[in-house]
Design a protein around this ligand. Structure first.
Ligand SMILES: [Fe+2]
Ligand SMILES: [Fe+2]
Length: 277
């Protein structure tokens, strides 16, 4: 058996920056402007981004995904808006590290797990969809076992649990405690205040929030969202352009499949933003 001290300084040391749902062009510019600052501050080994709202608020295109990878994003996770843009379908099967929920039907384009590697550290990334109010064909709680089995030998596993129900996310955190490095919730676009490392060593948060306009209603222009609720009539939603923030978490790890800490990253877009042209 390896002695504990040697194991603590293991080759599993890593820092994972996970960024919540990037919303529209403003969200993308916010991501691109904040990333260099966050790299300087935190030196993440891996950057994983939820991109399900990156194209005008709904879905993602190959061009946008390529732009994120070019900016140093290691993997992209998706959610219920995965299939809004048809041009992404073949891209999802191209072998790039972009994943849609693993518990979608097997007949749907894409895959639910991928592995990325840096400095000899392998990170498995898994996407799952909750089953309440979302169109996932199979149960998140049974399909997670299949997804974990597909990953093979990795040092760390990050699960993006894209779900409406806080209860499903909390339950998934407990269910996987000690078996994965992190369970991070997305989809509601509102960050929760419950980030912590569970007793078995899994970093957990119910929702990391979104990367986009805090001045709207979960990404939409607030006047339109309020009008929709007041009138009960169909309203065309546009992405808000007010008060952009990056929201995410930073997870530090030193032992295999264990997190040492998880901290929220809540950062306004820099005012002198280089992507303003
Ligand atoms: Fe979203
Ligand atoms: Fe979503």
């Amino acid at each position: 058996m390896a002695e504990p001290q040697a194991a603590a300084a293991s080759p599993a040391s890593a820092r994972i920056l996970f960024v919540g749902d990037v919303v529209g062009g403003l969200g993308r510019r916010t991501l691109l402007d904040c990333l260099p600052v966050l790299r300087e501050l935190h030196a993440p080994t891996f950057v994983v981004v939820n991109g399900e709202n990156a194209a005008g608020g709904l879905g993602i295109t190959p061009k946008i995904a390529d732009q994120m990878f070019a900016a140093g994003v290691d993997a992209i996770t998706l959610g219920n808006h995965t299939y809004h843009r048809r041009e992404i379908y073949p891209y999802l099967a191209s072998g790039k590290p972009i994943v849609r929920p693993a518990n979608f039907l097997r007949s749907q384009p894409g895959r639910g797990v991928c592995v990325v590697e840096h400095d000899g550290v392998r990170l498995g990334v898994v996407s799952l969809s909750g089953n309440l109010y979302l169109r996932a064909g199979r149960s998140a709680f049974t399909e997670i076992e299949v997804a974990l089995g597909e990953l093979g030998e990795v040092e760390h596993i990050l699960l993006d649990m894209h779900a409406e129900a806080t209860s499903a996310k909390v339950a998934m955190g407990w269910h996987l405690d000690g078996r994965v490095t992190a369970v991070v919730g997305t989809h509601t676009h509102v960050p929760t205040a419950d980030a912590r490392v569970l007793p078995g060593g899994t970093a957990y948060i119910t929702d990391v929030g979104m990367t986009g306009p805090r001045g709207g209603v979960i990404g939409v222009k607030r006047e339109q969202a309020i009008e929709s609720l007041l009138s009960m009539m169909p309203i065309r939603f546009e992405t808000s352009e007010e008060d952009p923030w990056l929201m995410g978490v930073l997870i530090s790890c030193s032992a295999r499949l264990r997190a040492d800490s998880i901290q929220q990253v809540l950062m306004p877009r820099p005012t002198t933003a280089p992507t303003d042209r």
